[in-house]
Ligand binder design. Structure first.
Ligand code: ATP
Ligand code: MG
Length: 285
């Protein structure tokens, strides 16, 4: 496990030119094509791991209408993104501390119209959120699955993408579809692939190699790899107990793998383009 990244064929550092215009708070979207591949677990855990590494992390639940990050943490938000959009709550008042160095901005659950926000409401959200940015080193956005407008707007506004997939053929096909749509809008977005729910390193490398090759063949571009995360039996127990798996099982295979991904993320975050909010506001696409 310790040297999993060294063994991953195709590892390519992201071009530093993309990160030249440094920002104090780059944004990383954690997304997937297929649902249920572990985005929320990975976004939350990478956030906690980054906080352990001394980074100040703002974790945003960008799964509008189907929010669940606060549930994974056993928290009951008093306020959420819906109220921020309505102008009845300041973003800073909605924040939930998850521990030293990490806060969660919860989304709203069961709000159908939030799952497909019109561009002007996305713009309002961007304006509200930009006020929070200065207090953090990195903003992680856990998005909904798939290529819906709200998710794509969040992804295309980000400085980086962490695309989670699994070895399952359906997850691979959906990850490719996601990359295709993403690349048709923003060819310059640095993306890394993460294979979750893997039975072994071999299976992970096969899955990532397959996806990289298809992407290279049909999109003319080979995404970088962030790493892989093994399936850890019994992980769902922590969800039932409403405890983040990363904290409940800090020496488990899941947490150890996530820590490696967080370390790579720190390297990536040496810079950042820092215009998430202007892009989310519709200025660039
Ligand atoms: N590495 C892992 N080992 C074992 N179980 C895992 C692992 N990663 C995720 N899971 C389980 O997979 C399920 C889905 O995880 P999660 O909710 O994070 O996925 P998601 O991609 O965010 O889903 P959605 O698309 O609905 O937002 C959960 O039950 C979780 O416990
Ligand atoms: Mg999720």
């Amino acid at each position: 496990m310790a040297n999993q990244l060294d063994s991953l064929k195709g590892w390519t550092p992201t071009a530093p030119g993309k990160l030249a215009a440094s920002s104090s708070c780059p944004t990383v979207s954690v997304s997937s094509g297929k649902g249920g591949v572990g985005k929320s677990h990975i976004a939350l855990s990478v956030g906690l791991a980054l906080a352990d590494l001394g980074k100040r992390v703002l974790l945003v639940d960008g799964d509008m209408g189907l929010a669940n990050l606060h549930i994974l943490c056993g928290l009951y938000p008093e306020h959420d993104i819906q109220e921020i959009l309505a102008g009845t709550c300041r973003p800073e008042d909605a924040l939930l501390p998850l521990g030293p160095g990490i806060d969660l901005l919860p989304s709203a659950s069961g709000v159908a119209d939030l799952s497909s926000l019109p561009p002007e409401r996305i713009r309002d959200l961007a304006t509200s959120l930009s006020r929070l940015q200065s207090g953090y080193d990195v903003m992680l956005v856990d998005t909904g699955a798939g290529i819906g407008d709200t998710t794509m707007n969040l992804v295309l506004a980000s400085d980086r993408l962490l695309l989670v997939t699994t070895p399952e053929p359906t997850a691979q096909a959906d990850a490719y579809a996601f990359l295709k749509v993403m690349r048709s809008h923003r060819r310059d977005l640095p993306a890394r692939l993460c294979a979750n729910l893997c039975a072994s390193e071999d299976e992970a490398v096969q899955a990532l190699t397959r996806l990289s090759r298809v992407s290279e063949r049909f999109l003319g571009w080979e995404p970088a790899w962030a790493g892989w995360v093994p399936r850890q039996p019994g992980l769902e127990r922590f969800t039932l107990e409403r405890r983040p798996a990363f904290r409940a099982s800090p020496d488990g295979a899941f947490a150890r793998a996530v820590r490696l991904i967080a370390r790579e993320t720190v390297r990536d975050l040496a810079g950042g383009e820092g215009s998430f909010f202007s892009r989310l506001g519709g200025a660039d696409f």
